[in-house]
Design a protein around this ligand. Structure first.
Ligand SMILES: Cc1cc2nc3c(=O)[nH]c(=O)nc-3n(C[C@H](O)[C@H](O)[C@H](O)COP(=O)(O)OP(=O)(O)OC[C@H]3O[C@@H](n4cnc5c(N)ncnc54)[C@H](O)[C@@H]3O)c2cc1C
Length: 470
């Protein structure tokens, strides 16, 4: 392999998404000589915002929400206060009827009809009694939801949407995922919310407001990049193709860009490259059981189709969830309802998410076929007229969601345990740790890694970094 040049950096960070850039920001503010290497043409990873002929959209709308006040303060500071508070308004479209999301019991009962409502409540009460007498283990999403909400509620509200998102039956999806996502919500709480004004107000503020940068979620990473570039360096369009290690230490990374192959050595390394990919980059290779564990962990992929419309606005919703099997996509959002600056005046756009596996019929369909199908479906659902569409964009996003199949934990542990041996490498982020992290969690993981590195390099404390709360 012909290496064009070799350089040394204090800290080399692999991947320029929220986790890598947060780590880079903290370390460069502490005076460290930081290099961030990003494969794509721009930073942001899954939390980037695309600009297309005056329209802006995230890869599926990204709300920013955190219980970590210090992290929120850091984001506000990085955005120089440029942050909107958006009222969340979401619906689930089931059999042509809109239901509130998060599920409001009053709304659900009034739309489901008396017979289904009675069955739903009876099933819930039955589960509450049954769990005191039977101790069947909870392994999957299906077990967890049925135990907490009853079979009918699972069938009506959870089954189809979850299977659409994950592409596997609900009894194959690990309970750990659902417990993390729906924790704290019980039908009892929701029922109290439906009948008590105070409780409903409390639930609303918990679930129904979020923060959003006016130019899209990508503004956070774009600004982090600008900060790092003041003292360090963020290189884009550059892929990490190899990681050299010896005696439980990372020595250097090999990277490739249009200029050729380069080698960067460093004291410390932080990686947000997907866990399943990084094992393949190691030189020498890890043991076969680690390679096998990585080969059997899967991600769910995503195709995003955006249609630009010659119309002021289509909906007043932030998100619409579509569980119905006969609609090929799972979620729609209208960026203008998040920030007026996402679309040119007098126009709007709808962003549609197709959950899929790379290589399947959706992933391999042509852009034209996907655009035509999207317009046809949106028209059939009553949202748009075909002649209002004057432009569109199709994006394929690999490794959008770590797929938590029931046996994923042992495989994830096998890989993470192996990486523990490296004294100068931190794994961070959603793909990098194979965790269901949102942007705030990904940033927290990068900051925690930066803290560890800062301690090892004995760097001064310059910025106050947010403590981890989750
Ligand atoms: C559809 C969707 C909706 C979401 N909605 C929300 C939301 O509403 N709110 C929220 O908070 N979060 C949301 N998220 C989650 C959020 O996008 C992620 O948590 C966040 O982007 C994770 O950041 P990260 O840095 O860990 O990983 P990533 O964003 O995946 O960044 C990793 C980076 O590493 C780069 N990379 C990979 N391999 C290499 C290589 N070999 N060489 C160099 N670079 C490489 C990638 O190009 C990427 O830029 C959503 C995610 C998706 C997919």
């Amino acid at each position: 392999m012909d290496v064009l040049n070799r350089q040394f950096k204090d800290v080399v960070i692999l991947g320029g998404g929220p986790s890598g850039l947060s780590a880079g920001h903290v370390l460069s503010e502490s005076g460290s000589n930081v290099l961030v290497i990003e494969r794509q043409a721009c930073v942001g990873g899954l939390a980037k915002t695309i600009e297309h002929h005056g329209f802006r959209f995230d890869l599926g709308g990204h709300r920013f929400i955190t219980g970590n006040r210090q992290l929120e303060a850091l984001v506000r500071e990085v955005l120089e206060g440029d942050l909107l508070v958006v009222e969340r308004s979401s619906k689930i479209l089931l059999d042509g009827k809109f239901y509130d999301y998060p599920i409001s019991v009053r709304n659900a009962l009034s739309r489901l009809g008396l017979r289904t409502s009675i069955r739903l409540v009876a099933d819930y009460l039955w589960e509450q009694i049954r769990k005191h007498f039977t101790k069947t283990p909870i392994i999957s999403l299906e077990d967890w939801v049925v135990r907490h909400f009853g079979r009918s509620l699972f069938d009506v509200f959870f089954k189809e949407y979850s299977e659409k998102v994950w592409g596997v039956p609900c009894d194959r999806i690990a309970k750990e995922w659902v417990a993390k996502r729906i924790k704290g919500l019980s039908l009892g709480v929701a029922i109290r919310g439906a009948f008590s004004r105070a409780e409903s107000r409390r639930l609303r503020t918990l679930a129904n407001q979020f923060l959003y940068p006016p130019l899209g979620i990508g503004q956070i990473c774009d600004n982090l990049q600008l900060r790092i570039d003041q003292t360090g360096q963020v290189v884009t369009d550059t892929s990490v193709i190899g990681i050299n290690h010896k005696d439980n230490e990372i020595q250097s990374v090999m990277v490739q860009n249009a200029g050729g192959i380069h080698e960067y050595s460093g004291s410390e390394f932080i990686s947000s490259i997907p866990l399943t990919v990084i094992v393949q980059l190691l030189n020498p290779q890890p043991p076969v059981e680690v390679l096998q564990a990585a080969a059997s962990l899967r991600f769910r992929d995503l195709v995003v189709v955006t249609v630009m419309l010659d119309r002021e606005r289509v909906t007043d919703q932030t998100w619409m969830y579509i569980p119905d099997r006969d609609v090929p996509f799972g979620r729609i959002h209208e960026p203008k309802n998040w920030s007026a600056r996402m679309a040119p005046e007098g126009k709007t756009h709808l962003v549609v998410e197709y959950f899929c596996f790379s290589g399947d019929a959706i992933w391999t369909a042509t852009d034209t076929a996907l655009e035509q199908r999207t317009v046809r479906e949106l028209n059939r659902m009553g949202f748009i007229e075909p002649d209002e569409v004057f432009d569109s964009a199709v994006l394929r996003i690999p490794k959008a969601y770590p797929l938590f199949e029931v046996d994923y934990i042992q495989k994830q542990k096998c890989i993470v345990d192996y990486f523990d041996r490296f004294s100068n490498l931190e794994l961070v982020g959603r793909g990098g740790q194979f965790e269901y992290y949102n942007t705030d969690h990904a940033m927290e993981s990068g900051i925690a890694a930066a803290e560890a590195v800062r301690g090892r390099l004995a760097l001064p404390f310059v910025v106050e970094t947010p403590a981890l709360v989750s």
